[in-house]
Write a protein that binds this ligand. Structure first.
Ligand code: DX5
Ligand code: ZN
Length: 223
């Protein structure tokens, strides 16, 4: 049986009340806190660094899922781990020595994830799959919250699930971008297990209630 996890992305949270925002989704049943790190080079936006990871660490015991959308991620791995990350994912498009990067994340005691942009083929994962803990498939072009889910990613999720079942069944699939209450069940049925949701959680009147609605939909699929 699959274990489905909700990972609200704080990119859409109220940063003036970050602790309250995190506490609300935690009460609503969130499993992970997704933190989007952007450098203005790899993606056309600048967001969060280790300081905010540290602040998030102080306000929750939930695992912190750090998504690095930065060039040269190796330079900053230790800073994020020291700040309190539990999982770190790096883009294949931004990593020259991906195997070394994945090993380093694991040596530092975090789970290691590899991320693919929507147009990046699954074939680039062939050699790294046995070494990683999770694959994050982008279902929007990274850089901004509240974009539309790219439909072609659906077949990519099913194809990845089939590949992982053969090669590394322990490896989990996370999907990020354009996920809401309207499509989360469909995406889960394709084989994804971790669901990032930013605007669909935090841009609602009550993120706690919305998180609970997400979890209820996913719980139905688990039975
Ligand atoms: C996009 C980020 C996402 C973003 C998702 O570059 O990686 O995690 O916060 O936002 P929504 O859920 O609003 O599409
Ligand atoms: Zn993300």
């Amino acid at each position: 049986m699959r274990r489905y996890e909700l990972a609200p992305s704080i990119l859409s949270a109220n940063f003036a009340k970050l602790g309250d925002s995190i506490a609300a989704v935690e009460r609503g049943g969130a499993d992970l806190i997704h933190i989007d790190v952007m450098d203005g080079h790899f993606v056309p936006n600048i967001t969060i660094g280790p300081l905010i990871v540290r602040a998030a660490r102080a306000s929750t015991a939930l695992p912190l899922d750090v998504h690095l959308m930065i060039e040269n991620p190796d330079r900053f791995l230790e800073d994020f781990v020291k700040a309190g990350s539990d999982m770190i994912s790096v883009h294949v498009e931004a990593s020259t020595h991906l195997d070394r990067t994945v090993q380093r994340i694991q040596e530092l005691g975090n789970k290691a994830g590899v991320v693919l942009n929507p147009a990046t083929p699954l074939g680039l994962l062939d050699e790294i799959i046995p070494a990683v803990d999770y694959i994050l498939l982008m279902s929007v072009n990274p850089g901004f919250a509240a974009q539309k889910f790219i439909e072609t990613v659906k077949t990519k999720i099913s194809r990845l699930r089939a590949l992982l079942d053969r090669v590394n069944p322990e490896c989990r699939i996370e999907v990020d971008g354009g996920i809401g209450l309207h499509n989360v069940e469909e995406i889960a049925r394709l084989g994804a297990e971790m669901f990032v949701a930013g605007s669909a959680v935090f841009n609602t009147e009550d993120p706690e209630v919305t998180s609970r609605l997400f979890k209820a939909k996913l719980a139905n699929l688990e039975t």
